[in-house]
Design a protein around this ligand. Structure first.
Ligand code: SF4
Length: 372
């Protein structure tokens, strides 16, 4: 099992070469050759736990698709910065796109590298976008009183040593105008042992997550198979530490792009008290778009049908199908005749806030920019 070396902040163990992967999963010579090409561009990392979730007899296993490199990543359609992150960067590791939210890019590492990642440009690669001077970011947040929340993400901040997370919290929590802090982490899904085996992390979260000023974990389950007794245990422990847990899923071709799978995921999340609040349209990321993106038209049909199958009706009302566009978070609200309708849920430019608009429907378009 992987362990974290807190001295050099590196994970040890896990599968990170095609040679090791071949011992676990049967690969054709063509697949092997293509994968070798792919991992030269985007590294592979599969935690032993996540690897164990793959049905090795099923070439179309959804976990396999999410984590095992594919020759389809050699298709370069798309871009590496679909949400305008560079333009919103105020200093390395600090983005300020929405008025009330500061975003800290805490690391370029994760417990496992998802092949659909929208920050593919940096995970397991360059750390030049990662926060260097946390104190400088804190000063920026202090000066910008309109900021009421901070999202710490990456990469995956929970791969950082607990003492680093403690420093983050101790520097941010005294800022009076902050109402809440969120950690974006996929460790409950790909490496729940990170949470299960670290009492100090749980104590830290419990100490600082208090009524009226909770710490939130935004996690990322995409498929019902990812909800196991281990992930559930990690979620239980976080909940016992007073942490509020929300889930953002991404609609992914060949993974969860059918109403039954999506509804099953949502229903299972509700059962373990994880609030599913966004289903994201897969971004047109370079080396991801072709492999994973579902057209908006089909995505909306899947989402709508899945919603009709969800049992927890109150939660169901909050669930939104969202496109995280460079101009804001845009909800896909409906299709009528030859038009597709949208609403800004969050807008970069305040004049767009809550704005409704429609575009001519194009059944193959996967992103707003592809519509007329
Ligand atoms: S854990 Fe998150 S940041 Fe890391 S590769 Fe997966 S989706 Fe990307």
């Amino acid at each position: 099992m992987k362990t974290l070396n807190t001295k050099n902040n590196r994970w040890t163990g896990g599968i990170c070469s095609i040679k090791e992967l071949k011992k676990q999963i049967r690969l054709t010579p063509k697949e092997e050759k293509e994968m070798e090409e792919v991992v030269k561009i985007h590294p592979m990392l599969i935690s032993n736990y996540y690897l164990s979730l793959i049905n090795k007899k099923d070439r179309h296993d959804p976990i396999r698709k999410m984590i095992v490199p594919s020759g389809k990543e050699l298709i370069t359609a798309g871009s590496y910065d679909t949400s305008g992150e560079h333009r919103n960067t105020k200093m390395p590791g600090l983005q300020h796109k929405y008025r009330q939210t500061a975003f800290i890019l805490a690391t370029n590492r994760c417990a496992a590298y998802c092949r659909f990642c929208f920050r593919k440009r940096l995970v397991g690669l360059s750390d030049k976008e990662v926060i260097r001077r946390f104190d400088k970011a804190v000063s920026y947040i202090k000066k910008h009183k309109e900021i009421n929340n901070v999202l710490i993400s990456g990469g995956d901040p929970f791969v950082l040593p607990t003492k680093v997370l403690k420093t983050f919290l101790e520097k941010l929590l005294p800022i009076k105008h902050l109402d809440f802090i969120r950690f974006g982490t996929r460790t409950p899904v790909t490496f729940p042992q990170r949470i299960i085996n670290d009492q100090s992390l749980l104590k830290l979260l419990k100490k600082y997550s208090v009524r009226g000023r909770h710490i939130y974990v935004v996690t990322h389950f995409n498929h019902p198979k990812e909800i196991t007794k281990y992930s559930q245990k990690a979620i239980d422990l976080l909940q016992n530490a007073n942490v509020q847990i929300h889930n953002q899923a991404v609609l992914l071709k060949g993974v969860n792009d059918n109403p039954d799978t999506l509804a099953k995921l949502i229903n299972k999340l509700i059962k373990i008290d994880v609030l599913p609040y966004y289903v994201f349209q897969c971004r047109p990321v370079k080396r991801v778009k072709n492999h994973f993106q579902v057209p908006l038209y089909r995505g909306f049909k899947i989402f709508k049908e899945a919603k009709s199958k969800i049992k927890g009706h109150i939660i169901c009302k909050r669930l939104k199908y969202i496109m995280s566009h460079r101009t804001g978070k845009i909800e896909i609200i409906g299709i009528l005749k030859d038009r597709i309708y949208f609403k800004y849920h969050h807008a970069k430019n305040s004049k767009d806030t809550s704005r409704l608009f429609s575009q001519k429907l194009n059944k193959t378009a996967g992103w707003l920019d592809e519509l007329e």
